[in-house]
Design a protein around this ligand. Structure first.
Ligand code: BDR
Ligand code: CA
Length: 312
């Protein structure tokens, strides 16, 4: 039976690919809704981009909700320097026709978790954790009902991409991340340590384009656009597909490996704010609270992604 999920997201080209992979995989994944959060670009754009991506996938029926427009306790930091002014720079895609749903994303998350069977819904955050933390604060009863959280965020060996110490999603709202990591919900983390191994090389980009469908060409153009940033910064072979690691994990968990360890979020230090302090070497006696991934079979990941995008 397909796993029911809510995708919480700030698209973002890599978020877009993650959503496309989920929508291309109905045997394994049923997307109950998409909730937008401010992150890579402001909320108005992430809520719009989520709908652009649904329409690109031919799925205007997926409900999209707008959520929090800023982090819980600090000013929003965005990443136009990576994703471009719209967040989805690269392909030319039409403005969405499908409407945004009425109501707040946080209420949609709460109502969905209360309505569905306990343990039936997995949350898949691909951006700052503001909406998820707000939902847990507003309705603590739902925490027991979540099947699990599979998220993209943090780093240990790769350390930071937005500051020397912190990964973007966690840095934007460390307070929200702290609430989520302390929630007691089963958490699986795709940190930069994994996503920096999921690189769109030239051959992989060519394979997307060669699919010949609108989606394949759009994904090739998206990764063409945002690879320039990582190539320049890391000297890497291409764009890291951060967020699709989350949806790929739901389909083929065996592609990933990691450790069940303690992960704490730095919320106070100015220097290391948003750092995911991961006890990878188990040097403390702090209780494990997350499955923190460390490696991915990149060829297997891209084979899966290409095969699924061909279906759209
Ligand atoms: C994360 O930050 C965003 O820029 C990407 O969409 C991804 O979710 C990587 O640090
Ligand atoms: Ca994202």
């Amino acid at each position: 039976m397909a796993r029911k999920i809510i995708i919480d997201t700030d698209p973002g080209q890599d978020d877009a690919v993650a959503i496309l992979l989920a929508l291309a995989s109905p045997e394994e994944i049923k997307v109950l809704g998409i909730t937008a959060v401010a992150g890579n670009v402001p909320l108005a754009l992430t809520a719009k981009n989520a709908r652009i991506v649904c329409e690109l996938a031919g799925r205007p029926d997926v409900p999209v909700y707008a959520g929090c427009d800023r982090p819980l306790g600090r000013k929003l930091v965005t990443a136009e320097h990576v994703h471009g002014k719209t967040g989805l720079n690269g392909p030319v895609l039409p403005d969405p026709v499908m409407p945004l749903q009425d109501g707040h994303a946080v209420d949609f998350i709460i109502e969905t978790l209360r309505r569905e069977d306990a343990g039936a819904v997995t949350l898949c955050p691909l951006g700052p954790l503001t909406n998820i933390a707000m939902a847990f604060e507003k309705a603590p009863d739902i925490m027991d009902r979540v099947a699990g959280i599979v998220l993209m965020g943090g780093a240990y060996f790769e350390v930071g991409n937005i500051t020397p110490a912190a990964e973007f999603n966690i840095y934007v709202d460390p307070q929200a991340a702290d609430i989520v990591f302390k929630s007691g919900v089963d958490i699986t983390v795709m940190p930069l340590d994994v996503t920096h191994k999921a690189l769109v090389t030239r051959a992989r980009n060519d394979a997307f384009r060669a699919l010949g469908n609108r989606v394949g060409v759009a994904v090739a153009e998206m990764t063409d656009f945002f690879e320039r940033f990582d190539k320049e910064k890391y000297g890497s072979e291409g764009a890291p597909l951060h967020d699709p690691c989350v949806t790929a994990y739901l389909i083929r968990p065996e592609l990933f490996s990691g450790r069940h360890i303690n992960v704490e979020i730095e919320t106070r230090s100015e220097l290391t704010l948003g750092m995911t302090v991961a006890d990878w070497w188990r040097v403390t006696d702090r209780a494990p609270n997350a499955m923190f991934m460390g490696d991915v079979d990149a060829d297997g990941f891209f084979a899966l992604l290409t095969e699924r995008l061909a279906r759209l």
